[in-house]
Ligand binder design. Structure first.
Ligand SMILES: NC(=O)c1ccc[n+]([C@@H]2O[C@H](COP(=O)([O-])OP(=O)(O)OC[C@H]3O[C@@H](n4cnc5c(N)ncnc54)[C@H](O)[C@@H]3O)[C@@H](O)[C@H]2O)c1
Ligand SMILES: [Zn+2]
Length: 353
């Protein structure tokens, strides 16, 4: 399941070199309505070089990671002569790499595809690791398959058109990788400001982050064990996401993960002795750089309910991936309702809510 990931500071040259060496009949590029405007022009010298390629565009936004968009992609492939020798290029954020990967994995029982993530979140997470799929009936990623892209091209050249909110959202997943890896890498991350626009310095940090995810996925591609480590921050994070959605104030995934990371470091500190100095450093970074999570003690019950309904739970126990220390992971931990209430109290205290 090894996946080739190329980090490049010149995406056009890298793509041209790749295309020279492969056997294909047609190229299909998938974008959403935003990345068609922001990111397709970045690979212009590459697309100019192609004799012809076919562009498929679907509406932007996670709501459109659905069966209607998938159907549209399949029909466009079919109508425009895609064969088993065709190549699909997914150019966009995680929404595009997820749905495009699924479309390619299923069209004619599978055609080659490459991912060119254009958002930080997709670069550091969605585009790598082989999970593809769509949302169904209000449920996230309800239908999909594991299928790795033949190649993933990661370049920070796309990020200049991204807003700071989405950059920070993706950066939360890098912080997660930092905690899962080492103090040294984590310290580099909390000394860097992703909103300053210095993307040259971001590329090596991004490379380290992606390699941490790949190391985990190579050992456990189908999430039987170790891959659950990548859920750090997500058990509580998903509850925050659902809570904000229900209040009609949806938040970006990475914001919820950032808050979730602090909550789960609090639990890690209580249950596994995770160093409180690091918990405080991480909390200060999140408090300084991310918006505030608005909730009170009256909301604990509903947040707890969201956690008990998480699809990753076994036998009704809330499942956490916690840490003893940097890179020292404790899988399949649980917590009582009382422990979770104390966790929220400490979180609100640390964040000054
Ligand atoms: N497969 C996995 O392992 C995995 C992991 C994490 C997340 N995901 C999925 O990824 C998606 C979230 O990823 P995302 O945040 O990239 O979402 P997204 O693709 O919806 O992108 C967010 C917004 O940014 C825009 N955008 C993307 N690149 C841009 C650029 N360079 N300049 C300007 N605008 C740009 C998009 O058009 C969209 O409006 C979700 O669907 C989530 O389920 C999948
Ligand atoms: Zn995530």
């Amino acid at each position: 399941m090894e996946q080739k990931v190329i980090f490049t500071s010149d995406i056009n040259i890298s793509l041209s070199e790749y295309i020279k060496d492969i056997d294909y009949d047609h190229i299909f590029i998938l974008t959403d309505t935003h990345t068609k405007e922001t990111s397709l022009p970045v690979i212009k010298s590459f697309t100019d070089e192609l004799k012809d390629y076919f562009l498929i565009t679907i509406p932007a936004g996670d709501d459109n990671k659905n069966i209607e968009s998938l159907n549209h992609i399949w029909i466009e492939l079919s109508k425009n002569g895609a064969t088993r020798r065709s190549l699909m290029i997914n150019l966009g954020g995680g929404m595009i790499t997820d749905i495009g990967g699924f479309a390619a994995a299923t069209f004619k029982r599978g055609i080659k595809f490459i991912n060119i993530p254009t958002s930080l979140l997709a670069s550091v997470d969605a585009a790598v690791g082989g999970k593809t799929g769509i949302n169904l009936n209000g449920l996230k990623n309800e239908v999909g398959v594991f299928k790795t892209a033949t190649q993933v091209y990661i370049s920070t050249e796309f990020f200049s058109t991204m807003d700071n909110e989405n950059l920070l959202s993706g950066y939360a997943e890098m912080l997660k990788h930092g905690l899962l890896e080492s103090e040294n890498y984590f310290n580099k991350l909390i000394s860097y400001d992703v909103t300053r626009g210095d993307f040259e310095s971001l590329l090596p940090l991004l490379e380290e982050s992606v390699n941490i995810k790949r190391k985990v996925v190579d050992i456990d591609p189908y999430e039987k064990g170790l891959r659950k480590a990548l859920n750090l921050g997500h058990t509580v994070g998903h509850a925050f996401e659902s809570f904000c959605m229900a209040k009609e104030k949806p938040v970006l995934h990475g914001y919820a993960v950032a808050w979730g990371l602090i909550c789960e470091l609090i639990l890690s500190n209580k249950q596994c002795g995770f160093p409180s100095s690091v918990l405080h450093e991480a909390a200060t970074f999140i408090k300084t750089n991310y918006p505030v999570a608005y909730f009170t003690c009256k909301d604990y019950d509903i947040l707890y309910d969201y956690m008990t309904h998480d699809k990753k739970n076994d036998n009704g126990f809330i499942n956490f991936s916690l840490l003893n220390n940097f890179g020292d992971i404790e899988l399949n931990r649980s917590a009582t309702k009382e422990e979770i209430e104390i966790m929220f109290d400490i979180f609100r205290d640390l964040m000054g809510i």
